[in-house]
Design a protein around this ligand. Structure first.
Ligand code: OXD
Length: 308
């Protein structure tokens, strides 16, 4: 019985090597290997297409290579097959670092000073006041909480939005659809850290982004599908939004002629806010397989109903 790695578009080799180092007698295969699909017990994947899973009738567990599992939720996923996600505390910290870096780059106007440096200009501009830098974090799971915590010591006023009310020290929490507008209208910096579910897909469009204060900045570390890209572009072009840092896109990588590559107000990065360590992914996948074999509960199981 074996583990199959289908990590496209991520290269499979680092996952395969990390798994082989710890998997003992359990073979680890990937695309291109000559293997019997009936022997596959665990699948480690980032994205699946319908029609793939029925090829593996002995599958006991489906493991994501990342924290998000939205691209694994295909219609032919058997109801009884557990799906697990990577839970890596370091990953949440890395994402928080990325969000803080992009936000400070914007609030401290670093691109403007870089442009001045290029023409040897010594020109000082007023620093944006803290009242104009109120942070709003969409999604208060492990990642959203790490982001909220990272901002507090830097003097930012932080609020967050979650599905249900919760207590978070130092963070004003808004909950449910009925309080989304209140969160948006006080967020000069909006950070999206939501999981992608049918409820959150295309949440950030003309009306929601338009409800941010004029001159707001958007950071997306959730999923590209949360944002209606043409609406974002319109709001950037008409000056309602001052800028956006985008690490995730509906299509990754975006097509070479996609506007995000060249828009002067957009910082586009290739889904690098965080990467779980290959060793952690491998350890959690192997643990999930052992638990599935023994009929034990999965600590990082995805709630199939909620979608994350
Ligand atoms: C993700 C990841 O889910 O990179 O986006 O882990």
């Amino acid at each position: 019985m074996a583990i199959l790695v289908l990590s496209r578009p991520l290269p499979a080799q680092p996952f395969v090597e990390a798994l082989r180092a710890i998997a003992g007698d359990t073979p680890v295969w990937t695309e291109g290997d000559d293997f019997d699909p009936r022997r596959v017990e665990a699948l480690l994947a980032w994205r699946l297409k319908p029609g793939i899973l029925p090829r593996y009738p002995g599958l006991r567990v489906l493991c994501s290579t990342g924290a998000g599992v939205d691209k694994l939720m295909v219609g032919d996923l058997p109801a009884a097959t557990p799906v697990t996600r990577v839970v890596d505390p370091l990953q949440a910290v890395q994402i928080a670092q990325y969000v803080v870096a992009c936000t400070l780059r914007f609030t401290r106007e670093l691109p403007r000073y870089e442009a001045q440096q290029a023409s040897a200009q010594w020109l000082r501009h007023p620093v944006r006041s803290p009242e104009a830098c109120r942070i709003g974090v969409l999604g208060l799971g492990a990642v959203g909480q790490a982001i909220a915590r990272a901002f507090a010591p830097l003097g930012f006023e932080v609020a967050g939005w979650a599905r249900r009310p919760r207590e978070l020290p130092g963070v004003q929490v808004f909950a449910g659809r009925e309080q989304l507008g209140a969160l948006l209208s006080r967020s000069d910096i909006l950070v999206n850290a939501l999981p992608l579910t049918p409820d959150t897909r295309a949440l950030l469009g003309r009306h929601t982004l338009g409800a941010l204060p004029r001159g707001a900045f958007v950071v997306n570390v959730g999923r590209g599908e949360h944002v209606v890209e043409p609406d974002l572009r319109t709001l950037l072009d008409d000056g309602h939004l001052a800028g956006a840092a985008l690490d995730v896109f509906e299509r990754e990588p975006p097509a070479p002629d996609n506007w995000v590559w060249t828009h002067p107000k957009v910082l586009a990065t290739p889904h690098i806010a965080a990467q779980a360590a290959f060793q952690t992914v491998a350890e959690q996948c192997l643990d999930a397989l052992r638990r599935a074999r023994a009929g034990l509960p999965q600590p990082h199981a995805v709630d199939r109903q909620a979608g994350y």
